[in-house]
Design a protein around this ligand. Structure first.
Ligand code: PPE
Length: 304
C-alpha cells in the first residue's frame, strides 16, 4: 500500500503516520467497529466518488445496528471524504472510513469508551488482479461458514465480522485459489470473503438475498439495476453449491473487486472456463458508469 499524505481523524487532518490509536482501544480487542470502502474514479470533471452518500449512509446504518454512536451527519462525512481526496491530490483512489470504540472502558461493554472516526484514502488497483479482471479468477468453497444472523450481522459492515472473511480468504489463498466463496450454516451460498456473488444460468442472473448471509452490497445493487435496465432478468434467490457448478457464468461484485469474473469453482470450469457475455456486459456497464463514460446513472457520481 502506498501511503498518502493526510488522514482525517476525529475532526482534523493529521499526517498519515500520526493517525494512531491506543493499544487498549476497545475496537482492537473486541472488533467493535464499522467501516466502509468507497472508490473514486478519474474523470474529466475530477475524481468521481461512486455512490459516496449511499456508502456513508450504510456506515451510519452499520453503527446503528452495532450500537456505536455516530456523532456526525451523513452530509458532513460526505464532505470530509471529498476533502481527503483533495488534500492528498488523488484523482482516483479508495476511501476507507472507519469508526470504532477507543479507550475508557474495560471489559466487553463499551459504555464509557470514546469513539473514533477516521477517513483515509489511497490508490488501489484491481483487488483480484488485472489478469483476474480479464480472464477470471479461480475460487473455492470455503470450509468456513459465513457468520449467521444468530451470532452476528452479516449485512452490517462490522469490523469484528471480518475475522470470518480473513480466515476464509487466507485458507483459499494458501490452498492455491484466488478467493473463497462462503456458504451459510444451511449450506446456501452467501458471498465471497469481500464480494457479493452473481450466478448466471440459462440467461437468468441470480444473486442470494441478505437473508442468506450476503452484505447488502452497493455494487451488487448497482450492477443489478444496470443489468435489469439493459434487459436482463434478475432473481434474488437462494443459491446452492450445485447451482455454482451448473452455472454458465459466475462473477463477484464489490467496491474493491468491481466486477470480477470467476472462471473456476472448486476446480470445475464455469461455462467454457472464460468470462461469459453477461459478465462482460456487467463489467462494461459498471465500469463505464463509474468512470462517467456512460451516462446511465449520473446521480451515482459525486465529484470531489
Ligand atoms: N460482501 C462483503 C463481505 C464485503 O466486504 C464487501 C465489500 C461486499 C460484499 C461488497 O459490497 P459493496 O462494496 O458495497 O459492493 N468489501 C469491501 C472491503 C474489501 C477489503 O478487502 O477490505 C470493499 O470492497 O471495499
Amino acid at each position: 500500500m502506498e501511503a498518502t499524505e493526510y488522514i482525517w481523524m476525529d475532526g482534523e487532518l493529521v499526517k498519515w503516520d500520526d493517525a494512531q490509536v491506543h493499544v487498549l482501544s476497545h475496537g482492537i480487542h473486541y472488533g467493535t467497529g464499522a467501516f466502509e470502502g468507497i472508490r473514486a474514479y478519474k474523470t474529466d470533471k475530477g475524481p468521481a466518488i461512486f455512490r459516496l452518500t449511499d456508502h456513508i449512509d450504510r456506515l451510519r446504518r452499520s453503527t446503528k445496528a452495532l450500537g456505536i454512536p455516530f456523532e456526525y451527519s451523513v452530509e458532513e462525512i460526505v464532505e470530509v471524504c471529498k476533502e481527503v481526496m483533495r488534500v492528498n491530490g488523488l484523482d482516483s483512489g479508495y476511501i476507507r472510513p472507519i469508526t470504532f470504540f477507543g479507550t475508557g472502558s474495560i471489559g466487553l461493554n463499551p459504555a464509557g469508551a470514546n469513539v473514533h472516526l477516521a477517513i483515509a484514502a489511497w490508490e488501489w488497483g484491481a483487488y483480484l488482479g488485472e489478469e483476474g479482471m480479464k480472464n477470471g479468477i479461480r475460487v473455492a468453497v470455503s470450509s468456513w461458514r459465513r457468520i449467521g444472523h444468530n451470532s452476528f450481522m452479516p449485512d452490517a459492515k462490522g469490523t469484528g465480522g471480518y475475522i470470518n472473511s480473513a480466515l476464509a480468504k487466507t485458507a483459499a489463498v494458501n490452498a492455491g485459489y484466488d478467493e473463497a466463496i462462503l456458504l451459510n450454516e444451511n449450506g446456501l451460498v452467501a458471498e465471497g470473503s469481500g464480494e457479493n456473488i452473481f450466478v448466471v444460468r440459462k440467461g437468468v442472473v441470480h444473486t442470494p438475498p441478505t437473508a442468506s448471509g450476503a452484505l447488502d452490497g452497493i455494487t451488487r445493487e448497482s450492477v443489478r439495476l444496470l443489468l435489469e435496465e439493459d434487459g436482463h432478468a434478475i432473481k434474488e434467490t437462494s443459491i446452492t453449491r450445485t447451482d455454482l457448478y451448473y452455472a454458465d457464468e459466475v462473477f463477484f461484485t464489490g467496491t474493491a473487486a468491481e466486477v470480477t469474473p470467476i472462471r473456476e469453482v472448486d476446480d470445475r470450469p464455469i461455462g467454457d472456463g472464460k468470462p461469459g457475455p453477461i459478465t462482460r456486459r456487467a463489467q462494461e456497464l459498471y465500469m463505464g458508469t463509474a468512470h462517467g463514460q456512460l451516462d446511465l446513472h449520473p446521480e451515482w457520481l459525486e465529484y470531489a
